[in-house]
Design a protein around this ligand. Structure first.
Ligand code: CA
Length: 658
């Protein structure tokens, strides 16, 4: 009897596949739901299911289904159902039977609107999610990726502080507020970003994540959000009403629109590399196993360090990722994507994403972490890791080599870097200066991590000294400082670190609040720390005015001078020449001959990592000093007429000839 039923299932009901490569691939664009006032057509991909049900609800989280409908097996592993009524305002889930077992309900992985906490899908009219003027929303202009200045911010950190002056604290809508001020009356929020001069806001995860209970927002819980629930839906806790499926979508769009009006582009942090749940994720409840990599012993592989890792190399996962970013770029007008643990994804998928976004707008920026957080079954030569970055088309990776050369090891908080006076890091700093490209004057054997240039052009490298992960810059500098270093010296270390970031070739990246000398009370990885640790303290803008002015000056220098924004390796090789100094822990270079349309003829930059002043030889010329001893003044500090020059302790000097 069991043999016969087994055969029946095998032949007539449930197809069997020898491997995931044999699963049918559905190439249509109508997965999940196609809504019109006349009908709703549902389609999901579940090739191994023996039965599939559609359940309809009146509410997004409460009560039982008012209708349950069996779905019909359709082409390429899909199942369909159609209801000829206007279902606007209703909610639904799917339920899949595998062999003889009904799995838990799921809104599906292609879901685009949900009720509270993302457990049921919502049927809405997307036309109602568009704010006024949305059709006229355009991306601010961008020529080269090296013109970008990234500002990484968590939605809640931006506004939650009592001194933010913002009304919509912790919400997407805080990014729509203008004229907001801190206690001393200085600009906060978007006005502050305008004043600072950044070109792109990079939002920490803002898709629907699992760690915050959207029904208990009065608890004021905090999380970074690297725990995906629904990839194609905005996070509910950042909306003014997570129960209303239209609001979170509309408010996300209002945020994008307001940033665009402020001439700031918007980047989403995307986390396709793993899901918050494993066995019961919305992916796995459709097609168990397919979307994830497993170890040889059938346990879940875990290159994410979060319990599972997705399998981008499988056709339907690749299709999902490509369509998801295209969806955010088109429906929400998002201007770029930062891929969390991009090294878990395969090169072919990342290049497919680049190609798909190029069709929409080639100025959409893509970058990611070129590493994994653990071992992966995916062969290393297929991974989108920094070592393979030359095979990634116009996709950038983070330079951990420059980061840790400047401030010291991320793993060992007590170890200082170049800016705090540590010896023998000059070549890693130079590697940062040339944007991780090939340059004849860099000795790649002396780098702290890599042993070779890893990108084709500076457009492919993100230069930074800190981000949300690990200690923020101020905490790291304090933790690793030489025993006798003073608070004033810490400020010198801080300014020097960011001067290297902003005068290096590549794309500079700033962690929000560092322009206000932000600290996180020494806590590493504050992913679930309270607001008191994570919030931007806007009054720091007043107490650390000098830091803010310096950072603003660095950004103004970079934006006004294209020599710092060279787009190609060839041009860097021809026009960036390192100086040879007899003093250790000093790096200097000249950008020559109006490179990349530069208005100044030559620019000389010197970083002194020593805690004492150093005298160095410089090329003869009528130099004009614009940055020196912790001060930036683009209209000129003084003239330099001699071929020896004294660089102040732990600081940078920048000068030019006309
Ligand atoms: Ca959520």
């Amino acid at each position: 009897m069991s043999l016969i039923s087994g055969l029946l299932i095998g032949c007539n009901t449930t197809p069997k596949y020898a491997s995931y490569d044999d699963y049918p691939v559905y190439d249509g664009t109508d997965l999940e739901l196609t809504y019109s006032p006349q009908s709703s057509a549902f389609r999901i991909w579940a090739p191994t299911a023996s039965e599939v049900k559609l359940l309809l609800y009146d509410d997004g989280s409460e009560g039982g289904a008012y209708l349950t409908k069996n779905m019909s097996r359709a082409e390429k592993g899909t199942w369909t159902a159609k209801i000829d009524e206007n279902l606007k305002g209703k909610f639904y889930t799917f339920q899949v039977k595998i062999k003889d077992k009904w799995l838990n309900e799921t809104p599906g992985m292609w879901v685009k609107a949900t009720g509270v906490n993302g457990k049921r899908a919502a049927i809405i009219d997307f036309a109602e999610t568009n704010p006024d003027g949305w059709d006229n929303d355009v991306r601010p202009p961008l020529t080269n990726f090296t013109d970008i200045i990234l500002y990484e911010i968590h939605v809640r950190d931006f506004s939650i502080s009592p001194n933010s002056g913002m009304k919509y604290k912790g919400k997407f809508l805080a990014f729509t507020e203008r004229g907001t001020k801190n206690t001393a009356g200085e600009a906060t929020g978007i006005d502050h970003l305008k004043e600072l001069g950044v070109t792109h806001v990079h939002l920490l995860p803002s898709f629907d994540f699992a760690s915050i209970d959207e029904t208990k927002l009065n608890e004021n819980k905090y999380n970074w959000g690297y725990d995906p629930e629904n990839y194609n839906v905005p996070e509910g806790s950042y909306s003014t009403d997570p129960y209303n499926p239209v609001k979170r979508i509309k408010e996300f769009k209002q945020m994008v629109q307001a940033l665009h009006q402020a001439k700031i582009r918007v980047i989403m942090d995307v986390v396709y590399n793993h899901t918050a749940a494993g066995k019961d994720s919305h992916l796995n409840l459709l097609v168990p196993g397919y979307f994830y990599r497993m170890n040889a012993d059938s346990t879940w592989s875990n290159a994410s360090g979060c319990g599972n890792e997705t399998a981008s190399e499988r056709a339907m996962m690749r299709k999902f990722m490509v369509e998801s970013v295209v969806y955010w770029a088109t429906e929400y007008h998002v201007d770029g994507f930062r891929f969390d643990l991009m090294g878990i994804h395969d090169i072919e998928t990342m290049n497919a994403i680049r190609a798909a976004l190029d069709k929409i707008d080639p100025t959409i920026f893509i970058y990611g972490e070129g590493w994994t957080a653990g071992a992966s079954p995916l062969a290393e030569d297929k991974r989108a890791v920094k070592k393979n970055a030359k095979q990634l088309d116009n996709i950038a990776v983070f330079s951990d080599d420059l980061r840790d050369a400047l401030k010291g090891s991320w793993q060992h908080a007590e170890i200082p870097g170049f800016v705090s006076g540590t010896d023998s890091l000059e070549e890693s700093v130079k590697f940062g200066v040339v944007g991780a490209t090939q340059h004849p004057q860099v000795d790649y054997t002396k780098l702290i991590y890599s042993k070779a240039p890893y990108v084709n052009n500076p457009t492919q490298i993100i230069n930074y000294v800190s981000c949300h992960d690990d200690m923020c810059l101020v905490d790291k500098l304090r933790e690793s400082k030489p025993a006798d270093a003073t608070d004033d010296e810490l400020i010198r270390f801080d300014k020097l670190a960011q001067t290297v970031v902003f005068t290096s070739q590549g794309v500079p990246f700033l962690y929000a609040g560092e322009e206000l000398y932000r600290n996180k009370k020494g806590i590493k990885n504050t992913y679930q720390s309270p607001d008191s640790i994570n919030q931007i303290d806007w009054d720091s803008k007043t107490t650390h005015k000098d830091i803010f002015e310096y950072y603003k000056g660095l950004i103004a220098l970079r934006k006004a001078h294209s020599a710092f924004r060279i787009p190609t390796q060839d041009m860097v090789q021809q026009h960036l020449e390192f100086l040879k100094f007899l003093v250790p822990n000093v790096v200097g270079f000249v950008l020559t001959d109006h490179v990349n349309g530069e208005v100044w003829k030559d620019i000389l930059v010197i970083y002194n990592g020593n805690r004492k002043a150093v005298k160095v030889g410089i090329p003869a010329g009528d130099w004009n000093l614009v940055c020196h001893d912790g001060i930036i003044n683009l209209s000129g500090i003084s003239e330099v007429k001699y071929t020896t020059f004294v660089v102040a302790p732990s600081s940078a000097s920048i000068m030019y000839v006309k």
